[in-house]
Design a protein around this ligand. Structure first.
Ligand code: ATP
Ligand code: MG
Length: 404
């Protein structure tokens, strides 16, 4: 060895990722574990990282070419549905001295504050039980990094996992989204308006394992193209969950013009939304989607009163998922910030739903009356024209959205 070379490290680090809900699956756990592994591999590849993802005893150990890549890998991994938490962990031989050394190092690198040690043994043949390991590790930590011990509410938890061939030690677990890896359930269409709510609703359904195709209804004359740039950026963020994000842009101006000619201004919003659902039922067939996601939140705006939601949803044959229906706006905003869509969503844009509508849209609607207004529209032609003009693009994860 050249004397100028840095010393060979006695331990190396990996990103250690745990799943939560995947662990509850009994019969098909293996296929969930594999799917999550595939999502992790895909995400790391999109981030330009040459990583090796190994599934060992219910956790993923992700090896990277150098420790410099750890922050970027952590940023990717903690965005992937199915991941409950991840940490940059030291990997050592499953021997108590090596574990003590790694734990002392990990804690010394952690921010100040109280701590405790928590040990899990996947390998029960280890000579010490979990409590004995923690009792042996804590004094070694304190020697290097004197601080208070707090077993009930510590600022830092040093996690020790002992497996058959290795032990993992870390002092900073970062929560992931939880939920299930994308692909665990069938495809849904998600109505993406460019606003705050629909991006969050889309993310929530991806977190439940759904593959999602975004759908935007676009009035070129009214909205211009700024909204499309926003949607591309939103898809670039959301694609970190899924690996890729297809989007359909549906030309909506002809449909809206037909409606404007026949429906009074205060009811147009309702009829626009019903028209979107009619078109989506057709798109669902070609996309093989089994449901429609919207960002509706009960009572938030005129189109979201219980009366109007009933009238609007009545036009769909596919089931509608509105995961924000019971959420408070402040909660939705907090989630939008967390997932990274908020700053994009607040960029100004015109929404097709504001096209020639009344200043005060009706908050109550009568389905018979609405059907009466709609009866003069040639829906087959309107839907066919919109479907024929629909353009599909596929968006990959945006590295600029990683922040690491
Ligand atoms: P968002 O913040 O998502 O825009 P919102 O609270 O502003 O929602 P609305 O504008 O009434 O509510 O729209 C309700 C839902 O209808 C949206 O969350 C979205 O799912 C869907 N939607 C509205 N406009 C469009 C559009 N142009 N294209 C696709 N979906 C739309
Ligand atoms: Mg909106």
């Amino acid at each position: 060895m050249n004397p100028a070379d840095p010393p060979v490290r006695s331990s190396r680090r990996v990103v250690l990722a745990h799943y939560g809900e995947v662990g509850l699956k009994r019969g098909n756990r293996l296929s969930f574990e594999r799917r999550l592994r595939d999502r992790l591999r895909e995400g790391l590849e999109h981030a330009g990282l040459k990583a090796r993802v190994a599934l060992t005893q219910g956790r993923y150990a992700i090896s990277l070419p150098s420790d410099d890549a750890l922050p970027r890998a952590m940023s990717v991994v903690t965005r992937i549905p199915g991941v409950a938490n991840a940490s940059a962990a030291y990997v050592v031989e499953p021997e108590i001295e090596a574990i003590q050394e790694a734990a002392a190092t990990a804690l010394a690198e952690a921010p100040p504050g109280s701590f405790k040690v928590e040990t899990r043994r996947a390998d029960k043949s280890f000579p010490l039980n979990s409590i004995e390991v923690s009792q042996a590790v804590a004094p070694a930590c304190l020697e290097r990094s004197p601080r208070a011990v707090d077993v009930h509410d510590p600022d830092i938890t040093v996690h020790v996992s002992i497996l058959k061939d290795a032990a993992y030690v870390s002092a900073a677990r970062v929560p992931g989204p939880g939920g299930l890896p994308v692909g665990s359930t069938s495809r849904l269409l998600s109505f993406l308006s460019g606003g705050i709510d629909s991006a969050v609703a889309t993310w929530l359904m991806m977190r439940r394992g759904a593959r999602v195709t975004a759908v935007h209804f676009h009035n070129r004359t009214h909205e211009g193209t700024a909204v499309l740039e926003k949607l591309e950026d939103v898809c670039g963020v959301l694609a970190w969950s899924a690996g890729r994000m297809p989007m359909l842009v549906v030309p909506f101006e002809a449909c809206q013009r037909a409606i404007v000619g026949l429906v009074p201004a205060e009811y147009r919003m309702i009829v626009y939304r019903r028209a979107m659902l009619r078109i989506a039922d057709q798109l669902g067939r070609t996309e093989r989607a089994l449901g429609i996601v919207t960002g509706d939140s009960l009572g938030q705006v005129a189109s979201q009163t219980a009366e109007n939601i009933r009238t609007i949803h009545e036009a769909a044959t596919l089931p509608i998922y509105a995961p924000l229906v019971g959420s408070d706006k402040a909660e939705i905003v907090a989630l939008a910030r967390r997932i990274g869509t908020f700053d994009i969503s607040i960029r100004p844009h015109a929404d097709c739903c504001s096209f020639l509508i009344a200043k005060h849209p009706a908050t109550v609607s009568n389905i018979h009356e609405i059907r009466q207004f709609e009866s003069a529209v040639d829906w087959d032609a309107v839907v066919a024209e919109a479907v024929a003009g629909t353009e599909k693009t596929v968006h990959l994860p945006d590295p600029d959205a990683l922040g690491a």
